[in-house]
Write a protein that binds this ligand. Structure first.
Ligand code: DWN
Length: 413
């Protein structure tokens, strides 16, 4: 596959009326941390389909470029680990099988699977990252060893898995990464056992626009789903939406429960959430122009704030070498003094596209003066605030920039 393939048709409804929402220019890959020699840049532009209002990138970077050597560990966040515990409880309550067979697509470091295994389930993970197969790396929890097949999910790979069937199929923060989501769901339908459930969690595009979450736009995220566009896509598959839940994780997400269409499911949540999206003007081009303007204001305000800190001779550092942080710092055109992160695989490297080093949080203990700490992983603000306090007490200013630039002074931080 060529490294970058332009998209001309809607990924959800196959429409051809794609219009630009936000063009972030040529950006580096968000997780391509480097040690001096930077990786390639590719166009990063969010489009919206004027037929079904599905958000999608203007082009696709080959998955092999982004996911086969993958530094991100979802289990680093305690908050996300708690979220996963909740998911296993919900999922097991959806099936009437004593020892469910569980498939986790995009299983990352296997933490979710380890929870299902602890609950007595038979588990299998699928993930293209070669640096994670069957091993637990860097996560701050006990070592586990779960079976993982290294592959990108597709109906072709699903047919290779047959005759295995699964009562529960989970896909957290991977469905939006799929170049062909209809094929992704067809694969799920192929290996879904009778009475089984598919649980898919994706960021909610409504929250992206309502919260000005521009930095969640990056090459890994090919799709930006609304309930409407997700429902439109599901119509092209053998599955049906049985339930929808709004979630706070990752800046606001949706959890869809899908069942085989013959199982006759309908949920009032689809209609209710479609109405919420209409009320939030998700089908109004003017709303997307307003979003673009607000993102430009964030950049102006952030640059002013950093300039003021630097004029006072103060350090400006980051907490969380997040993919979104890569987008933000490159969009702002700013280098921080350094970024701290609890993921060892990211240490002693530099933010993609920048010269900003990534270092262990313990370095914070050696900073004598109050710091300006930009919370690049703003979706974990409370958890990171606690981490900073545990390392340095309450003397630093925390800075966030979505939905707008805000300074949390030490007494409030
Ligand atoms: O879709 C995706 C989302 C779910 O996760 C992936 N394609 C990529 C990734 O995006 P991200 O890197 O922006 O996700 P996070 O979870 O917001 O990244 C948090 C970063 O902050 C990680 O590098 C870990 C770090 N962190 C930390 O160092 N200490 C996070 C917490 C909570 C902490 O206490």
């Amino acid at each position: 596959m060529t490294p970058f393939t332009p998209v001309t048709r809607c990924r959800s409804c196959l429409g051809e009326r794609l219009t630009s929402v936000l063009d972030l220019g040529h950006m580096p890959l968000a997780n391509a941390f480097h040690t001096g020699t930077e990786g390639p840049r590719y166009p990063l532009e969010l489009m919206v389909c004027e037929d079904c209002w599905h958000g999608q990138l203007s082009g696709v970077v080959a998955g092999e470029e982004m996911f086969t050597d993958y530094p991100y560990r979802s289990s680093v966040s305690r908050t996300f680990r708690e979220h996963c515990r909740g998911l296993t409880t919900v999922a097991r309550g959806l099936v009437s099988v004593e020892r469910p067979r569980v498939l986790d697509i995009g299983c990352n470091d296997g933490f979710l699977l380890s929870l299902f295994r602890e609950a007595g389930c038979e588990v299998l993970g699928v993930d293209p990252a070669l640096n994670m197969k069957g091993r637990w790396i860097d996560a701050p929890v006990d070592r586990v060893d779960v079976p993982v097949e290294n592959a990108f999910w597709s109906v072709k790979f699903a047919s290779w898995l047959l005759p295995r069937k699964f009562d529960i199929i989970t896909a957290q923060n991977v469905f939006a990464h799929a170049p062909d989501p209809a094929d992704f769901l067809a694969g799920c339908a192929l290996v879904l056992a009778d009475g089984g459930a598919v649980l898919i969690e994706v960021p909610h595009a409504l929250e992206l626009f309502a919260g000005n979450e521009f930095d969640t736009i990056y090459h890994e995220h090919l799709s930006y789903f609304t309930v409407s566009s997700f429902a439109r896509l599901v119509e092209r598959t053998p599955l049906a939406i049985a339930d929808i839940t709004r979630l706070p994780v990752h800046g606001g997400s949706l959890r869809f429960v899908l069942r085989r269409r013959s199982d006759d499911y309908y949920t009032v949540a689809v209609g209710a959430l479609k109405a919420v999206e209409r009320a939030q003007r998700m089908c109004d081009p003017a709303a997307y122009r307003n979003f673009r303007f607000k993102v430009q204001v964030i950049r102006r305000d952030f640059l002013r704030l950093v300039e003021d800190c630097r004029k006072r001779g103060e350090k400006v550092i980051g907490y969380g070498a997040a993919a979104k942080g890569t987008v933000a710092l490159n969009y702002f055109g700013v280098d921080l003094d350094y970024v701290v992160d609890d993921t060892p695989l990211k240490w002693n490297k530099r933010i993609p596209g920048r010269s900003t080093p990534v270092v262990p949080p313990e370095l914070l203990k050696m900073e004598p003066k109050p710091l300006n700490i930009v919370v690049l992983a703003w979706n974990w603000l409370d958890e990171i605030r606690q981490r900073v306090r545990s390392l340095r007490g309450n003397r630093d200013r925390l800075i966030t920039y979505v939905p707008e630039v805000r300074c949390l002074e030490p007494e409030k931080a």
